[in-house]
Design a protein around this ligand. Sequence first.
Ligand code: FER
Length: 261
Amino acid sequence: MKHILYIAAAFLTAAIFTGCSPKGAEPLHAGTVVRDTLNGTPCCVYLPENYRKVPSTKYPVLYLQHGMYGNEDDWTKQGRLVEIMDSLLQAGEVKEMVVIMPDNCPARPTSDEEKANAMTGEWERLFPQFMAEAEAEYPISNEPSERAIAGLSMGGFHTMHVSHHLHGQFAYVGLFSAAILPLDPNPIYNHWEEEVKEQMKTTKLYWIGIGKDDFLYSFNEEYRRWLDANHLEYTYYESAGGHTWDNWQDYLCRFLPKIFK
Ligand code: FER
């Protein structure tokens, strides 16, 4: 019995001191995920352990988006969001925050032939009303310095384009294996160059992560070349592997401690 206790204690300590170890160590379940619908969009919402509906100050908020054939459950199921957030909170590496995970795909494609449906500008157009409803429903900040947006693949594409379209509104931006450029011209996307330059004036962290074998690698490389040519600052992390949940968990673990600092 004593041995079992020692082993359990060792796992718990490892979970706390490695900061964020999505695999292996027992997760510390402390936060809660609730389901909601905001502006007609289904969402999962992570509320930290000490969440209060009426806190003394509003919580910072991360809008975290899924990839092309996914939905609002992906970050909690395959992304292990709760385990990651809770263990980083336990280790004191992140601020308490609310994480809103919307179904960021108003017209879900069912095949690669329909992928343009996911990048029509509709989500970017809806986003201000979506955030307004989130801010009415949860005690979250509407200060740009207390707002972050991130996402994987198609959700990274939405992160890039929501954040330049609404430039000045997010201090922290995370592109995880992001699709970069739109497939079709569109009034929301057409001015991305000028708008990204504008957004960078107020962005505290523009974080780009991609795996060496990712099929979107060359698009990220080309985008980084454009950022470099325009002297726009970003943080770059290149991992092994490709378009996988192992990588997206890893990127989330690296991104979270850098936001709201
Ligand atoms: C593409 C651009 C983006 C594509 C897929 C994506 C299949 C996104 C994938 C995802 O969100 O996982 O050209 O082709």
